[in-house]
Design a protein around this ligand. Structure first.
Ligand SMILES: Nc1ncnc2c1ncn2[C@@H]1O[C@H](COP(=O)(O)OP(=O)(O)OP(=O)(O)O)[C@@H](O)[C@H]1O
Length: 324
């Protein structure tokens, strides 16, 4: 029996097919990250899984039991599944401690463990309107967790958080699995948040899964340019202009590269020579825009800052090459 089984979901919203034949399974403790352009159906999919939106067709099974939609039961949702919306609201003017206690089905010790993991113990004596956005988000999460869900669905949990609140929230989400034994699905539009966290990534477009795989597979071997673009900087080099390989097939028209896959030669030996067109400071490293025979590619570089217009040698190791 799968922990979660999503079978051929379909849902129309107005004239749009928001979810169009999505199927996947999740094992217990498997971290699934979902990315997709705006309007690709992420929120609709999450709500159907949580029993908060009614699919037009298809089914969700959670621990072998069918998840009912809001039309099939009086109180929408499933008690084993928690859903944190990106548009959650906390009721104003409550003491945080009382607000959390209202939903609490746990012993005081268990509840305190959740407050500790969510880093909200110090906020229990505040009012719900006396909190920052990040604190509110962690309290909404703590409240969900006191309902003892086995599956937690997080829709853009880092949106609108500044760097420090985001770091705290990341730690909280990391600890959910380790300390509370909760399985998560998370949607984020930030590639780095998903790549460092997820065991499996699902990429959505127009309500369909366009690619599914480990973070590394999807990052380094995207099925198309859309999938490549969802996960960060990339370049495509026309293989009819720059040849690194003999015997390419007709389907291998573009060499796909992430910026860390191009090395600047330091010993004068290089397979490519290009002109630095722009240097962008990114803190710990620089992003160089390089042009070669009218082909452009980006390179991560740390060390001496190259000058604009400088000619440099580059190498791309054979094992890294992926063609689209
Ligand atoms: N209540 C609704 N009425 C009409 N169309 C809707 C409704 N809800 C969603 N849609 C449409 O369904 C599609 C999928 O929406 P959804 O919110 O699931 O996408 P998303 O990937 O979560 O987007 P975002 O990243 O912007 O939150 C979009 O085209 C959206 O406009």
């Amino acid at each position: 029996m799968a922990f979660l089984e999503v079978n051929d979901l379909y849902k129309k919203e107005g004239d749009t097919v928001a979810v169009n034949g999505i199927s996947f399974t999740q094992t217990a403790f498997q971290k699934i990250g979902i990315a997709g352009e705006t309007g690709s159906g992420k929120t609709t999919l999450l709500k159907i899984i949580a029993g908060l939106a009614q699919p037009d067709a298809g089914e969700v099974f959670f621990l072998g039991e069918k998840v009912l939609g809001p039309w099939d039961q009086l109180i929408p949702g499933h008690k084993g599944i928690g859903y944190l919306s990106q548009h959650f609201e906390l009721r104003n003017n409550y003491w945080v401690g009382d607000f959390l206690e209202m939903a609490n089905k746990l012993t005081p010790e268990q509840a305190m463990q959740i407050y500790t993991v969510c880093q909200v113990e110090h906020l229990l004596r505040r009012r719900t309107h006396q909190l920052s956005g990040g604190e509110k988000q962690r309290i909404a999460l703590a409240r969900l967790l006191t309902g003892s869900p086995k599956l937690l669905i997080l829709d853009e949990p880092f949106s609108n958080l500044d760097f420090l609140h985001k770091q705290t929230m990341k730690q909280v989400i990391h600890d959910l699995g380790d300390q509370l034994g909760i399985t998560c699905i998370m949607v984020s539009h930030e590639p780095a948040d998903l790549l460092s966290w997820a065991d499996t990534l699902l990429l959505l477009k127009d309500g369909q899964i366009v690619q599914q795989g480990t973070a590394q597979q999807v990052y380094l071997q995207p099925v198309n340019e859309y999938a490549a673009g969802l996960l960060g900087d990339y370049s495509l080099i026309d293989t009819t202009v720059i040849h690194l390989e003999k015997n390419l097939s007709s389907g291998q028209q573009k060499l796909f590269l992430r910026p860390h896959q191009v090395q600047i030669s330091t010993n004068g030996i290089s397979s490519l020579k290009g002109i630095v067109e722009a240097v962008h400071y990114r803190g710990a490293y620089m992003l160089l825009e390089v042009v070669l025979k009218q082909q452009r590619f980006n390179v991560f570089h740390s060390g001496r800052t190259p000058q604009k217009g400088e000619v440099l040698g580059f190498n791309i190791s054979a094992g890294d090459r992926w063609y689209l």
